[in-house]
Design a protein around this ligand. Sequence first.
Ligand SMILES: [Zn+2]
Length: 438
Amino acid sequence: MELLRNAVRPYAWGSRTAIPELLGGPVPAPHPQAELWLGAHPADPSVLMHGDGAETSLLEALRADPYRHLGPRCVQRWGGQLPFLLKVLAAEEPLSLQAHPSAEQAAEGFAREEGRGVPRDAPERNYVDPSHKPELICALTELQALAGFRDPQRTVELLEALDVPALDPYRVMLAAEPNADGLRTLFTTWITMPEPAMKAVLPPTLDGCVALLRRNGVWSSSPTPSGDFRAPRGGDFRAECRVILELAETYPGDVGVLAALLLNHVVLASGEAMYLPAGNLHTYLRGTGVEISANSDNVLRGGLTSKHIDVPELLRVLDFSYGALPVQRGEPVGPHETAYRTLAEEFQLTRLEWAHGESTPMCLHSRWPQILLCTQGSARLHSLDGGSVTVRRGGSVWLAADDPEVTVCPGPGPVQLFRALPGLAPLPAHLGPSFGSE
Ligand SMILES: [Zn+2]
């Protein structure tokens, strides 16, 4: 059981307030702070802070003693690597339009680029590691995203509502084939559009969005009520139009703005989560969340970014199935623990919470590697071998598979911690490995 020090990634879309506030630094920070990485990804591993002032990179600690830190099941399955990467993600501006590869695509793409001798840190490198990157994001504040393709019938209605002659050929194209094939055709047409053609379509589309908002008598910037996206029928596309205009303002002339017309607009309330499988086209627009994914940084981008874009490679990995993504509120697995389930064997995420006045301790006994991240209040962790640490808001703790049982004693509430562990670990893991699926 050791406290962690974690790296902050300063991507341009990041917030100057959310992560600095969480970590107790000066607010606003002089530069955007986009992501806090908790884990052992080679690009930015966390550091174990031993009580005596000494520090070790978590990556090096895993290499030196994989069985102690990861346990035999993880070593067997992932060869000495921590299978998940936990992040706090804080978006002030939209991220790039992106998708992540499947396990086979990642292994093949990584081998291909290694074979061609593309340096791992080259800007044009797509596959920086050989792993897939399914991900789950749980909102800490209201979090807006575009994720997955909208039902094409509904997109045809949106294009009709925009009433822009320059969009007619594309609306007709999708209406003739309102399925995954039609989405592939239209998305490919837009994302590969030469600049002159795009210049003929994008500005009138933006005018159409403005006109729709005016027609609906709403030209204010009042926030979208959470949950709008779940009752799309009969809706008036105001939220969709606002998003398109905001994207165009941040990324003027970017074909990704047109492509965004095809995606579901999702608003997650605090505590709600969604799981993004391989091939899902998505971008986070605004908000703060805890993200957990396989231990990978493989991103294929299609627009809304100044970073490297590889459209043919993106088209190879994209999944054109459509429909709203399920929003998870989590399921209780104990008096103070709520779990978000995923299809990934690499990770799962649970939320530990104590309200003001609640003080029942909770025992963590799992024999799996775990990271605890405190997002509210504080807690004192007592190890069966006598050690103890206090974790405060923004702080995090590494629990090795071989560590003795740990008891979490909440401070004065409310207290909230997130707990990351491999998807293979049975839940509730604090009942020990003899419980459940093992
Ligand atoms: Zn992503």
